[in-house]
Design a protein. Sequence first.
Length: 222
Amino acid sequence: MATALDTLFGQSYGAKQYSMLGIHMQSAMLILVIVSIPLAIISTTPILLFFGQDHDISMAAGEYACFMVPSLFAYGLLQCLVKFLQDDICSGITTLLHILICWVMVFKSELGFRGPALGNSISNWFNVMLLLLYVKLSPSCAKTWTGFSKEAFHNIFTFLRLAVPSAIMVCLEMWSFEMMVLLSGLLPNPKLQTSVLSICHNTSYTVWMIPFGLSGAHSSLK
């Protein structure tokens, strides 16, 4: 849904209505927090069992998802801030910290597979805090961030008109990958099949991040 901000920010900046960038960001943050609430409540385990997935995998996935709930709220806010700033410095700091957090959570804690989920949540919230401080204190944001405004509530429907179609397009793409995971869980020896597919997905995401990062840099330079 945050991809709608690409259009709204471009229009506002082009019209030299710089304060509207902050207002659009506030509207997006509010909507994404509200949308995250039902997603956080929904239990993953019964859904996976309904689709015929292995019981042990379904239970573990549900437990992992519970530890990812804090990250769900942080990720929505983070996407709004990233669209607003396209800033690499704070993200770079968090990336280095994320490596340390994941190492501690995986190898030094006794959380097992829950460790990476909790590490993601900590890193995302740390990133959100850093970017909020940057927006608040940086002179470069003086024109675009003028503080919290009630006008953000009036722009909710403007945001939704673009956000809902954008969300549908992104979801259709992502769900195609998730369908592969569900199908792999129906194969013989599902634990092995889903593990192999997970490795393949993570490898493809690593490669995909290179052009994705370059596209973000191009957007910042335009």
